[in-house]
Design a protein around this ligand. Sequence first.
Ligand code: HEC
Length: 107
Amino acid sequence: MKLLRWTPLALALALLAGAGTASAQDTPDPNLARNLAATCAGCHGTGGRTVPGSAVEPLAGTDSAVLMQKLRDFRSGAKPATIMHQISKGYSEAQLELIAAYFAARK
Ligand code: HEC
């Protein structure tokens, strides 16, 4: 009976362990940068291109080092923001690097 009681837990642990081995590191997603950058499109435009008259800066074609410095400054609070200080904290440094490189490569 003891074995039966523990079976669901053991199954759940086995499933979790299985999911862990198929992590993002093992199988790099070629669309990862684009997908991460898509979350910025709502405000900064599709592909980082804003519509004429937009109050928000376009990101497309901006040097990735410049973008990273601005994102780091938002995160640290050095650059005042209404929303970007929160958004920039939602990503790891590696994710921001991917996003910055994606926008830098847009025309
Ligand atoms: C909810 C709308 C919104 C979203 C989503 C958003 N931004 Fe912003 N972004 C802004 C606003 C507004 C500013 C101006 C600073 C402020 O008030 O926060 C800004 C400013 C910036 C700037 C500085 C532009 C400049 O030249 O001064 C960068 C870089 C930036 N955002 C990058 C991003 C990235 C990368 C993402 C996606 C991870 C993103 N933003 C998502 C609204 C948004």
